[in-house]
Design a binder for this molecule. Structure first.
Ligand code: SF4
Length: 248
């Protein structure tokens, strides 16, 4: 599969949540969203964070993707990472899409994202910590792929809190994706939580064609979490692409 020509398609979808650190509303991210052209590659990964994925999304976003897979006989992977509590009805629709994409080697992956246990205020509108764990348990009853996403790692959250998240979720998946925090210096989140407290570096965003963004270096805490995951006999990934390719 590594010889295939891969392409990430970033759909500009709405999200009603208000995570204070969210980059999907930054202009510089919006400028990088790619057009939905499915003709020039063999494998497509469509990452979605986050959406309620209600009926209109199924018709306007997911069905056209299925149609493209069928039309071009392409391997298309829909990679959803959610902080919402997805209803049974939504999961059933996603399962249907998964079955259709499977005919061409694709699939649907629904990850549940956690960034903390104790700062729910910074993620207004999202499901509670315990509802997310219930969702993860529910997803395991479907055939779709799943994982836990611990991203972005927030520097003011303790390593022990992240270890707790891993312990609370490890019975429902063997795969974890972890990653750090990109920041925009003009946001209130940066001024309230980051400015003057943590080291900022410039980092290439390789899933956005090498754009350079400011990033909070969290290598030490990431290594603590990774070591714990590996000690539990689970797999840990640094990139969405690495996670997806682990199933191919
Ligand atoms: S769930 Fe939060 S981080 Fe994800 S797109 Fe919505 S506001 Fe942004």
């Amino acid at each position: 599969m590594s010889s295939l020509n891969k392409k990430m398609i970033h759909a500009a979808i709405r999200c009603s949540h208000q995570c204070q650190y969210c980059f999907s509303k930054w202009k510089k991210y919006r400028n990088c969203s790619t057009a939905n052209d499915y003709t020039d590659s063999n494998l497509f990964i469509c990452p979605f964070c986050d959406s309620e994925l209600e009926l209109q999304d199924y018709d306007t976003i997911l069905l056209p993707i299925v149609e493209q897979a069928e039309l071009y006989k392409k391997c298309i992977i829909i990679s959803i990472s959610t902080k919402s509590y997805l209803k049974e009805e939504t999961l059933s629709k996603l399962q249907l899409v998964h079955e259709k994409l499977s005919r061409y080697g694709g699939f649907v992956k629904v990850s549940v994202t956690f960034t903390n246990k104790s700062y729910h205020d910074i993620e207004q509108g999202t499901a509670s910590y315990y509802d997310r764990i219930q969702l993860l348990r529910k997803i395991t009853t479907y055939k779709m792929k799943t994982s836990v996403v611990i991203k972005p790692i927030l520097p003011f959250v303790s390593p022990n809190e992240y270890i707790d998240i891993v312990n609370d979720t490890c019975n429902f998946t063997d795969r974890f994706l972890i990653g750090g925090l990109y920041v925009d210096e003009s946001t209130a989140f940066y001024k309230n939580y980051i400015q003057g407290k943590y080291e900022i570096v410039t980092r290439e965003v390789n899933w956005l064609n090498g754009e350079k963004w400011s990033y909070v270096d969290s290598a030490i805490i990431q290594n603590i979490i990774k070591e714990h995951i590996v000690n539990l006999g689970k797999k840990v990934f640094d990139s969405e692409q690495g996670l997806i390719e682990s199933w191919l």
